[in-house]
Write a new protein. Structure first.
Length: 97
């Protein structure tokens, strides 16, 4: 939620897992909803890397390792990515922060 709030303050449309009603849903359901809504998944859950590796289509996945960067740095990197990549470029693309 802290990262989502930081992105929202910068004018980026964000939806959290809780807001989507997917807190206990399977990862494939997260990917399906994100694809339908053209939303990039931002996660520290390696299971999404496995899904992408299996060929599950998605609107984009950004993976970051928790604890590697402070929250502010994660937000800065995500904003930079949002400014530099189009939704088309993110289709089925995995980005590592």
């Amino acid at each position: 939620p802290v990262i989502a709030d930081g992105l929202r303050r910068r004018g980026i449309d964000v939806m959290t897992t809780g807001e989507a009603g997917l807190r206990s849903a399977a990862d494939v359901e997260h990917a399906r909803l994100a694809r339908m809504q053209q939303r990039v998944i931002v996660t520290s859950d390696r299971d999404f890397l496995v899904l992408a590796g299996r060929g599950t289509t998605h609107a984009g996945i950004v993976y970051y390792r928790q604890g590697r960067y402070a929250v502010g740095e994660v937000i800065r990197r995500l904003v930079r990515l949002w400014e530099q990549r189009t939704p088309e470029e993110m289709q089925n693309h995995v980005e590592f922060l």
